[in-house]
Design a protein. Sequence first.
Length: 278
Amino acid sequence: MSDNQNLLAEQRRALILDEVRRRGGVRVNELTRKLNVSDMTVRRDLDALARQGVVEKVHGGAVPVGASTHEPGFEAKSSLELSAKEDIARAAAVMAVPGSAIALSGGTTTHALARHLVDVPDLTVVTNSVRVADVFHTAQRAGAASGQRNAAATVVLTGGVRTPSDSLVGPVADQAIRSLHFDVLFLGVHGISAEAGLSTPNLAEAETNRRFVRSARRVVVVADHTKWGTVGLSSFARLEEVDTLVTDAGLPAGAREEIAERLPHLVVAGESSGIPKE
């Protein structure tokens, strides 16, 4: 019986390690559902894998060793926290005013947001995300085919060097952004914390995001609760440079208090409309 238990544990851990490497990170609650085992069993498995040096434990889950420099691809990230991203996208979309100039950075959450913005009239949209630009271009083609004018009048793709997450970064992107001014920047992030602020594992993307922040009158970060406490290799903005964080109900109470102390507005999708800072 002991041998069977050990074999089952080895099989589970192999599956967990495969998930971590394939997706760039896993959550404990996802693994309990997938493997049909208890929360405690998953945590023991993650402890064992961490002792072997093949994963790094983070709050609520695990990431590959060296995750501060690991950048998962778009497809790997797009399967994570789907309902949370959709809730965040709906909540953030109301902040886009018809006729305004907005910027959307790369990321799966901004990609979800783009799908909610295609019907906002007369937006000028600047993005360094190939995927985001495709959302608007597809809507434009559909509108043209049906004889309707598309709501997004202008879409500007910055150009640059493509990252694993299908963002365009580097000197070409930086120069394009430097000459522009946005009413609102909707910014996706790899990680967010009180100490490190906003961060990414990609050095070139950090500089491009830094340019985005400098060119925006208002900065709205769209990030699900799993991003809190994650720190990438390079920080590109302090929390105090963010005007609004839009997140989901999974954000712990302690994190909410810490964020509310530093940001003018915290919007928890599906809950309150925001916590203004007096």
